[in-house]
Write a protein that binds this ligand. Structure first.
Ligand code: SF4
Length: 299
């Protein structure tokens, strides 16, 4: 059920995956992602888009979108999933990470009201995907899993039309909601931002373990997954770290495509752009254990 937010023109959708902590003080516990936020009345969680209204948890981004484009599937990037096709790509605002190098920080780190939004219902998104000669819908641009309710509803409708659902995600989600969504997901590109937990804590305000678990579960469920690793000088580009990441990925499945992406200075990170030589060296290391390795953001 949708409910008007008393302070804006947004209609809030009651969230999935939460529980009351204490009925007297109306604090709630969000169970969607590994932050497991405890949220007081009138406050939002770390992602800024899930709000406690009078002791219930609501999504502020259901039907609220900042971006919609028809993109080549290779732009996600997915190189082994319907190559040459196009996919309707949608994004809203907010994120459960705080990456200092975020490339989409204008939407991912914005609060409600900062970025203009357009209303897109699950039904209208499916109609657009059909009209646009798209293979389906890609949930992308900001972190889609914090818009779980909309993604879930839309994904079910998309499958009824025999179209495809794609996620471009940081993989930071709890196990139960991930398992429940996966029957409706056909492919994902999951960012592994580093293979060190310290990086995740310091640079992203998250943790590495749940991200790896999301990749592993997806593979166990026989879903198509590709991994992106953005190489940032001095932060996550040591030979040892790349070896460790490649060892893990090849142990999951050596046929998972890996995309090393080139970093350019963004947002709050001031490291220099990634030298091409670093990307080529990483590719050489990865090709010892993995079958498909690509370089992205290079001309
Ligand atoms: S989805 Fe948002 S509110 Fe829920 S635990 Fe994660 S960051 Fe917190």
């Amino acid at each position: 059920m949708l409910r008007p937010d008393p302070y804006t023109t947004i209609y809030m959708k009651e969230a999935l995956y939460w529980e009351p902590v204490d009925k007297n003080n109306k604090v709630v516990h969000c169970l969607l992602c590994p932050h497991n936020c405890r949220i007081s009345p009138d406050k939002t969680g770390i992602c800024r888009v899930r709000k406690n209204d009078d002791g219930k948890l609501y999504s502020l981004i259901y039907n609220e979108f900042t971006s919609i484009h028809l993109d080549p599937i290779e732009k996600k990037p997915l190189y082994h999933f319907y190559p040459g096709s196009h996919i309707l790509s949608v994004g809203t605002f907010g994120c459960n990470f705080r990456c200092l190098h975020c490339q989409n920080w204008e939407i991912s780190q914005s609060n409600q009201g900062d970025a203009p939004t357009h209303k897109i219902t699950p039904e209208s998104a499916v109609a657009l995907a059909k009209k646009d000669d798209s293979i389906g819908i890609a949930h992308t641009y900001n972190e889609p899993l914090i818009n779980y309710e909309w993604v879930f509803e839309t994904a079910k409708l998309i499958h009824k039309e025999n179209l495809k659902n794609v996620l471009v995600t940081n993989g930071y989600i709890n196990e139960q909601p991930w398992e429940n969504l996966l029957p409706f997901v056909d492919a994902a590109n999951i960012d592994v931002k580093s293979f060190r937990d310290e990086f995740y804590k310091k640079i992203c305000s998250g943790r590495l373990g749940p991200v790896l678990r999301s990749v592993e579960i997806m593979v166990k469920r026989n879903k198509h997954v590709e991994v992106t690793y953005l190489l940032i000088p001095h932060q996550n580009d040591s030979e040892q770290e790349i070896e460790d990441m490649v060892d893990w990925l090849s142990s999951v499945n050596p046929e998972i495509p890996l995309h090393f992406s080139r970093y350019f200075p963004q947002y709050k990170m001031d490291e220099p752009e990634t030298p091409i030589a670093t990307l080529e060296k990483a590719k050489k290391i990865a090709l010892k254990r993995l079958k498909y390795v690509y370089l992205g953001n290079v001309k």
